[in-house]
Design a protein around this ligand. Structure first.
Ligand code: NAD
Length: 417
């Protein structure tokens, strides 16, 4: 984590949206802090027989719209401040796209790539047990995020099911989303976030008289989000001219072969060393139409923003652009399609998975895609309309739309007691 507080950054973003709609002070106060902060420390035995104490988090930001919902991040750098920010962004995201879900986020401060499969499974099972009834299919529903995947979600679900008693074993599958399909996952969930990033970009293209075909795109991150986004964008005719990750950055002005790059990353765990490309020193200085940060937060800082040469930034990652960079980009006329809209495809299809688990039915891929597209499109329309109405950036407009829905709900229900 950087020394500046990510949570303060999230609250500042909420405040900007709140100013636009004149949000009542009591709602600002509620949304300025998470509702619950759960921190657990638990022992895990490593393969060499030694024990390690591991810290895990589950931050439940708000549940006025529905059960808490949000990913679980496994990364050495996970800390309370980061998870609080990520949880707040989930509340805004779910509200913006019209889901009956609240916001949460969690994580474990470990590097999963440094663990064997057995060690990782022990971490997941013990973490899930430590969380106990703080999660549940009607209460708080985790999902994958950085460093976690369907395998981790399957273990979480299985652990929770085994702790729930035999009569509930099958009815609690919806305790997590992002599971493998055979364990109750949804078709389309794995690529949902990347697909949603592409829908958000397609919507922007429609409003700016551009088409995806022939766009030059730079992508940071080639994990779940970046990889699927890059593949789907390339399939739509865009050129992926540079890709960076934790191992370095590579590029080809005539467009990388994304499929071959995927095979290389599977084998070498990073883009570095991909033969059919040049090595790039400064990924964000590459001239392109679109820059898609799909890795970590705080990547596009003020100084990086000054060097960006693109028309639009589409935020696959959460929080990749600092507030100072936002101001620089606005001044330079570079649009930013904000994270709370651009990467909402993941939580939308997670919601579909949860619905399928509750009804014990499986939807078709076409059903999932069409419903996802329609929800993302409606949200993008609402953001564009609010941006025009308030003369605001897409980010501030997105917060205004999301906060208005939350405020309307609070107005009707009242604040307990
Ligand atoms: P992932 O673990 O699958 O992939 C992360 C990628 O980031 C990898 O390619 C890794 O090499 C790269 N990376 C890590 N450290 C880096 C560094 N220092 N510099 C450059 N690249 C680095 O994670 P993911 O699920 O793709 O998540 C990426 C981002 O998208 C996160 O911000 C996450 O919160 C957000 N997000 C994910 C989902 C989802 O469904 N997985 C949904 C919404 C938002």
């Amino acid at each position: 984590m950087s020394s500046s507080s990510l949570h303060r950054q999230a609250v500042a973003q909420i405040d900007r949206g709140a100013d636009l709609i004149g949000l009542a002070p009591q709602y600002r106060a509620i949304l300025g802090q998470p509702k619950n902060e759960v921190i657990v420390n638990f022992p895990v035995q490593l393969d060499d027989g030694t024990w390690r104490s591991v810290r895990g988090y589950r931050i439940q930001h708000n549940n006025i719209l529905g059960p808490f919902k949000g990913g679980m991040r496994f990364d050495e750098g996970v800390d309370l401040d980061e998870v609080k920010a990520l949880a707040a962004w989930m509340t805004i995201k779910c509200s913006l796209v019209g889901l009956p879900l609240g916001g949460a986020k969690g994580g474990v401060a470990i590097d999963p790539s440094a663990l064997s499969e057995d060690e990782l499974r022990r971490v997941v099972r013990r973490f899930t047990a430590a969380l106990g009834s703080n999660i549940g299919p009607d209460h708080d529903i985790p999902a994958p995020d950085m460093g976690t995947d369907a395998r981790v979600m399957d273990w979480m679900m299985d652990t929770y099911a085994n702790m729930s008693g035999p009569e509930r074993r099958n009815s609690v599958k919806g305790v997590v989303t992002g599971k493998s399909i055979i364990c109750g996952g949804s078709v389309g969930r794995e690529e949902a976030t990347g697909r949603g990033v592409l829908y958000a970009l397609r919507h922007w293209c429609g409003e700016h008289d551009r088409v995806l075909d022939g766009l030059d795109i730079v992508v940071q991150g080639f994990g779940n989000v970046g990889r699927h986004f890059a593949r789907l964008a390339a399939e739509s005719g865009a050129r992926i001219i540079a890709v960076g990750d934790h191992t370095g950055a590579i590029g080809d002005p005539s467009g990388l072969d994304v499929h071959k790059l995927g095979l290389h990353v599977d084998e070498h765990r990073g883009v570095a060393g991909f033969g059919a490309a040049d090595v790039i020193d400064d990924l964000f200085a590459v001239e392109a139409d679109v820059v898609a940060p799909c890795a970590l937060e705080n990547q596009i800082t003020e100084s990086v923003a000054r060097n960006l040469r693109c028309e639009v930034v589409v935020e696959g990652a959460n929080g990749p652009t600092t507030p100072e960079a936002d101001a620089v980009l606005a001044g330079a006329g570079i649009d930013v399609i904000p994270d709370v809209l651009a990467n909402a495809g993941g939580v939308i299809v997670s919601y579909f998975e949860w619905l399928q688990n509750r009804s014990a039915r499986a939807w078709s891929a076409d059903d999932v895609d069409e419903r996802q597209r329609s929800m993302m499109w409606d949200a993008a329309d609402a953001v564009s309309a609010a941006a025009a109405e308030y003369g605001a950036s897409y980010r501030d407009a997105a917060y205004a739309v999301a906060l208005a829905r939350l405020a309307d709900t609070y107005d009707r229900r009242g604040i307990f007691p």
